[in-house]
Write a protein that binds this ligand. Structure first.
Ligand code: SF4
Ligand code: SF4
Length: 340
């Protein structure tokens, strides 16, 4: 049974946290049942966001009466003080609680700081003084903003993508957080669905004591798998190392993580799936990606305006329009019968 303490926050939880983004896609009743099963199975830390539509409400319903037994983290993507308070009040109401354990700025373009003119960090401090927020965190997909947050000394936790596809710079960031007494919450530990071996994903993260992975869980079978890791955490074996080495070779470099930060696209292209279609077809059940509806979505790539908006917003520095074209070429060849 492995536990993680998030930096100096005093929050210690099972090294298996629940990412509540996917529960938006299931009914309220199913989500509540699912969340309670997760709790009963030992998961203690639940991460949601104001932006995840009804995810907070589902958590609120599931955990009414046992609030003190779990940790809840949520996020605001607001860029102004008025929106900050509006989000916080809405989150508390939805979550049916008077406080959140961790309140995070949700992937801001720049790291909020006192005196930067936005008033956001000051609002965060005020929320903490009022007891509405116990700890202050930040989430990000951009390495430079994440590094700035760590160096600022203003944040108690950082949430950042971290999986066995991590680069040396990502690993350095994890170490920097440990040195700074900051908690590190790993998002996208399955890299948006491209990593399909959860035991390998877990075993990689188990090597970092200060990392708390949040798994975006939607299916009961996935939940059962992660709950089984509470009693029997997978350790690194030669077999898992070989899987990781193989995936790193296949996936490292310029691949789309499916985060969607480059959207919306004025030509209506579903970039977060279309720009990684070649990988999705080969690494997950392919039928769903070859339906007439999926083909229609891919065809929209022909209408790309080459406006460059997506490219300028991609936190991984990808040449998104070129990646879309490459994936579309491959897709058309597959439709014509190319083996994959
Ligand atoms: S470059 Fe193409 S894909 Fe990117 S935002 Fe513009 S129209 Fe959409
Ligand atoms: S192109 Fe970049 S921003 Fe867009 S979904 Fe892929 S990784 Fe995310």
């Amino acid at each position: 049974m492995a536990k993680v303490t998030l930096g100096n926050t005093g929050i210690t939880a099972q090294k298996n946290a629940f990412g509540a983004l996917p529960i938006q896609r299931i009914s309220g009743e199913a989500a509540v049942k699912f969340l309670r099963k997760a709790y009963q199975g030992g998961i203690q830390f639940f991460d949601t966001a104001r932006a995840y539509t009804d995810s907070e409400e589902k958590l609120g319903e599931a955990f009414e009466g046992i609030r003190e037994k779990i940790y809840i983290a949520t996020k605001t993507g607001s860029t102004d003080v008025e929106g900050f308070w509006r989000d916080l009040h809405t989150s508390l109401k939805n979550l049916r609680t008077g406080y959140v354990d961790l309140y995070q700025f949700h992937n801001p373009d720049t790291c909020p700081k006192p005196g930067d003119g936005s008033g956001l960090y000051e609002a965060m401090l005020e929320a903490r003084e009022k007891g509405m927020v116990r700890h202050i965190g930040i989430t990000n997909h951009r390495l430079h903003v994440a590094n700035e947050a760590v160096e600022s000394g203003l944040y108690e936790t950082l949430q950042f993508p971290f999986s066995y596809l991590a680069t040396e710079k990502d690993i350095e960031l994890v170490k920097k957080c440990a040195d700074a007494g900051m908690g590190f919450i790993a998002m996208k530990a399955l890299s948006g669905g491209l990593i399909t071996n959860s035991a390998a994903a877990y075993a990689f993260l188990a090597q970092y004591d200060n990392v708390l992975p949040i798994w975006g869980i939607q299916r009961e079978s996935e939940l059962d798998e992660f709950l089984s890791y509470i009693d029997a955490p997978p350790a690194m074996t030669e077999e898992l190392s070989a899987i990781i080495a193989h995936d790193r070779e296949e996936l490292l470099g310029d691949f789309c993580r499916g985060c969607g930060y480059c959207m919306p696209c004025p030509a209506g292209i579903e970039i977060n799936n279309c720009a990684r279609m070649s990988l999705l077809i080969r690494r997950s059940p392919s039928a769903a990606h070859l339906t007439p509806q999926a083909q229609e979505k891919m065809k929209k790539i022909e209408n790309c305006l080459h406006c460059g908006r997506c490219k300028s917003k991609c936190p991984y520095g990808l040449d998104t329009p070129a990646l879309l074209e490459k994936n579309y070429r491959d897709y058309c060849e597959i439709l014509k019968g190319k083996p994959y």
